[in-house]
Design a binder for this molecule. Structure first.
Ligand code: SF4
Length: 105
């Protein structure tokens, strides 16, 4: 009999097979403040991130999408932003914005 090994699910991509692909810093909206977190063009304006991290995400009304208005500065804000990332249904939130900002600078 085959041995079944259970392991904790660490990434949303392991549990879902629909929606978007991982956020791409090359496709992030210009309204995002520079830094680690950003929203890319996959955003469907569902409001989840704005509910989860109201102090960090806001809506660009003219475009109908969210963007990062403030990068996290405390562990609590970092956790809040990470929760928003994990809760985004289309993987439109990325956490590798620092690297792309450095490349563009
Ligand atoms: S949770 Fe994702 S899809 Fe929903 S508004 Fe935020 S970035 Fe857009």
């Amino acid at each position: 009999m085959a041995k079944v090994v259970y392991r904790p699910l660490r990434f949303k991509q392991e549990t879902q097979n629909f929606g978007g692909i991982m956020a791409d810093a090359a496709n992030k909206y210009s309204q995002n403040v520079p830094g680690k977190f950003y929203v890319d063009i996959q955003c469907i304006d569902c409001d989840a991130c704005r509910e989860t991290a109201r102090e960090l995400f806001t809506r660009y009304d003219d475009g109908g999408y969210s963007y990062v208005k403030k990068q996290p500065e405390t562990p609590e804000e970092e956790e809040s932003c990470q929760k928003a990332l994990e809760g985004c249904p289309v993987d439109a939130i990325g956490a590798n914005g620092d690297a792309s900002d450095q490349i563009r600078a």
